[in-house]
Design a protein around this ligand. Structure first.
Ligand code: AMP
Ligand code: MG
Length: 338
């Protein structure tokens, strides 16, 4: 299949919404990462997402809407969920609610809940409004690869596999949305993102974080969110993340780098001089900058042919949880505290 690749002009958005209405797949920018969209109520179109990505069928999709008024046929909206939508939509907060029968099983991997979100990006919103369909959209990468934060990344993974890619620049946030389970008494974060626990608790009064966010699932343990079971964000190289006392982290990264054949360092901007002439890529000066850069850097390490990635990590709360969740998964949980 020929993939149409166009800057997201009004005309291109019209073409993309026609593709969605015909059951075709379209990749589009959001504030988090690029999404791979299909009409969420069209079983065949949704099934094609799983094929194009090579995504396991037990990993449900997020349904994107132009605003909360589109939700009535899709799910049972609770008063507290509505309060959170009013506070954070459009924005990087995905909310799990009990689904209604119109949403096909293929979209939710047969779960009784459906994940819904309204993205904060002019192109995504224009596409959702124009197409007038709820759009199921996971990240627009091949399953297991780092999520795409530029249209070029989408092209690398999806050219020839989907109808169209809308080009809309770099994604502002850079990591996927916060996934919040609102089907229980207390809101619970299943995947951390830019809408943090602290921000949700300030509106909802309380918010917990699933403890599987920062550790691998145990043998036989049921995943609260099926996406947690699957290997994620994996660069080709093996990766170790270091946290703790800065001098120790720098010394240990240098020691391991010098012993290795083909390592690349992911360095905080301020520490780059300390690594001298070793091969490195910057992951910024704040957790927000690391979120914005991380997936791009992981793809670059692949292009550089790195066999080992030695990364500085962050400690703390708020956005650090989202960043360290992705880094830990990319490193298969090889996180060393010094
Ligand atoms: P992606 O769209 O690739 O960012 O992945 C969507 C994430 O949301 C995955 O981690 C899914 O497991 C999670 N998710 C989507 N729908 C549900 C649901 N109904 N219940 C639990 N987790 C969900
Ligand atoms: Mg994904």
């Amino acid at each position: 299949m020929d993939t149409v690749f166009l800057p997201a002009t009004n005309e291109a958005i019209l073409q993309a919404s026609a593709f969605l209405q015909q059951g075709e797949l379209v990749a589009f920018p959001t504030e988090t990462v690029y999404g791979l969209g299909a009409d969420a109520l069209n079983e065949k179109a949704v099934a094609a997402i799983f094929t194009a990505k090579g995504r396991p069928g037990d990993n449900p999709l997020i349904v994107h809407v132009a605003d909360k008024s589109q939700l009535a046929p899709l799910c049972h909206v609770t008063p507290m969920a509505e309060k959170l939508m009013d506070a954070f939509w459009p924005g990087p907060l995905t909310i799990l609610l009990m689904k209604k029968p119109s949403v096909p099983d293929v979209t939710t991997a047969s779960l009784p809940s459906v994940a819904v979100r309204c993205p904060d990006h002019p192109v995504a919103l224009a596409l959702l409004k124009e197409s007038r369909v709820p759009v199921a959209a996971p990240s627009a990468n091949r399953s297991g690869r780092p999520s795409p934060t530029t249209a070029q990344h989408v092209y690398e993974d999806m050219n020839g596999r989907i109808a169209m890619i809308l080009e809309g620049g770099n994604c502002r946030v850079g990591v996927e949305s916060t996934v919040l389970d609102m089907t229980k008494d207390v809101p619970c974060i299943l995947r951390p993102g830019a809408v943090t626990r602290e921000m949700i608790a300030a509106v909802a009064g309380d918010c917990t974080v699933a403890d599987s966010v920062m550790r691998p699932l145990k043998e036989g343990e049921a995943a609260p969110s099926p996406g947690m079971k699957h290997r994620h964000y994996a660069p080709k190289a093996s990766m170790t993340v270091f946290t703790g006392k800065k001098e120790n982290v720098i010394a240990e990264i240098c020691r391991r780098y010098d012993r290795a054949e083909n390592a690349v360092i992911l360095s905080l901007t301020e520490d780059m001089p300390a690594f001298g002439s070793r091969r490195m890529l910057s992951i910024g000066a704040t957790p927000e900058e690391t979120a914005h850069l991380l997936f791009k850097r992981l793809r670059q390490t692949d292009e550089m042919g790195a066999s080992l990635i030695l990364a500085q990590g962050w400690e703390g709360e708020e956005m650090v949880l989202a960043v360290m969740n992705r880094m830990a998964r990319a490193a298969a949980f090889d996180v060393v505290k010094l």
